[in-house]
Design a protein. Structure first.
Length: 390
């Protein structure tokens, strides 16, 4: 939802929900925001390829969203690897979770959205190489554009900006597969030593030689590092104390460090801790949320739905509140469609790959399975419930 709101702000021509809110509350104009960045040590780097540098008090909020996503992914996928302990089973579960919904989203974007918004004759559109190459997104070879779609619009012609993370999510799965084959993922001390050995040169390279410094969002390889950070926390989950005071301290330090560009590899463990703490916090359970896992659908459809809304209703471009509300509502509709029409039916196949994973899915979302799991499979710990549907 946070990423969706951020994109809605960008598409409507605003400067970010969080930044806009903070600037409004503290009356920070663009000049003052730049001064604030300079006084806190944040290096304002000229935009690269049209990317505007992140400045001001909202920078850490904007910068942290995708890294938190990958840290959470590492934590959850580590649970899947530990339960399966077999590469083919692990990869089978990944395919069931990712590909069916992704295929449908790519298909709908190319055929329906593209067919509606393209400026080309439909015959020319559907026979063009650009149309067919868009389907490479299904295997993580990202293509952002469709022929004649939004090429002359006021905003970007990108059809689905969220897909940029796919190659790095797949790289994370390759990393996990290698760790499983080598047996490292089952040995916490060995993995920790490897993690530290990789972190030290990265930290030095970023802090002293400018490696990985970007004007705005962190690079894709940094996301893979966050995935590994989530894995590290999972391996030591029984030794780590999740406490609200530690959560606040880690959050405050992360916020401060994220104002800088030379601390990219200093705060990941802190930010990952914040992420996992939120994920394990015993929030009230709502029946609507237990009816399905809608997060993946929101991720897939949020961006194209928002872009389509703005193009179909130009009046929304200057109204961030109405545009955001409309985008959230319609994205949730598509997410519900994705879950109930596609995802949950493929997840039924989990029982043929990994029965413990199938039982966890059943406990979280009973509608996935047509019948309850056998009593012998009910003895899962609360850890299984917390780990979600990975």
């Amino acid at each position: 939802m946070s990423i969706l709101l951020s994109h809605a702000s960008s598409v409507t021509g605003h400067h970010g929900v969080t930044t806009s809110l903070l600037n409004s509350l503290f009356h920070i104009d663009s000049h003052t925001a730049k001064s604030l960045g300079a006084t806190t040590g944040f290096e304002v780097i000229p935009g690269e390829q049209g990317v505007k540098p992140l400045t001001g008090l909202g920078r850490p909020f904007t910068l942290s969203k995708v890294p938190m996503f990958f840290a959470l992914s590492g934590f959850l996928v580590a649970g899947s690897a530990m339960r399966t302990r077999q590469l083919t089973r692990f990869l089978g579960l990944r395919l069931l979770r990712i590909l069916p919904a992704l295929f449908v989203e790519v298909f709908l974007s190319a055929v329906i959205l593209g067919g509606v918004f393209t400026e080309l004759p439909l015959r020319e559109y559907f026979t063009s190489s650009g149309f067919w190459s868009y389907f490479y997104n299904i295997i993580g070879y990202v293509h952002y554009f469709l022929p004649g779609v939004w090429e002359h619009s006021q905003g970007t012609p990108v059809v689905n900006g969220n897909l940029w993370t796919l190659p790095y999510e797949f790289e994370s799965y390759v990393l996990m597969s290698a760790l499983m084959i080598l047996g490292i993922v089952y040995r916490p001390k060995l993995f920790t030593a490897l993690f530290v050995a990789v972190t030290i040169p990265l930290l030095v390279a970023n802090s002293f030689y400018g490696y990985g410094i970007t004007p705005a969002h962190l690079g894709g390889r940094v996301m893979v590092y966050y995935f590994a950070t989530g894995l590290l926390i999972y391996l030591w989950r029984y030794r780590i104390i999740f406490h609200e005071t530690t959560f606040v301290v880690c959050g405050a330090i992360s916020y401060w460090l994220m104002m800088y560009t030379t601390t990219v590899y200093i705060y990941p463990l802190l930010l990952a801790y914040v992420t996992i703490y939120i994920g394990l916090f015993p929030f009230p359970q709502f029946k609507l949320l237990k009816s399905g896992d809608y997060s993946y659908g929101i991720y897939l459809y949020g961006y194209p739905v928002t872009r389509a809304l703005i193009e179909a209703v130009p009046a929304l471009r200057g109204n961030l509140a109405l545009a955001s509300l409309s985008a959230i509502t319609l994205s949730c509709v598509f997410a519900a469609f994705s879950w109930h029409a596609i995802e949950k039916h493929f997840l039924k196949l989990k029982r043929f790959i990994s029965k413990p994973s199938a039982v966890i899915t059943e406990q979280l979302h009973p509608a996935v399975e047509e019948s309850a799991a056998p009593a012998s499979e009910q003895g899962l710990s609360l850890e299984g419930k917390a780990l979600g549907t990975a």
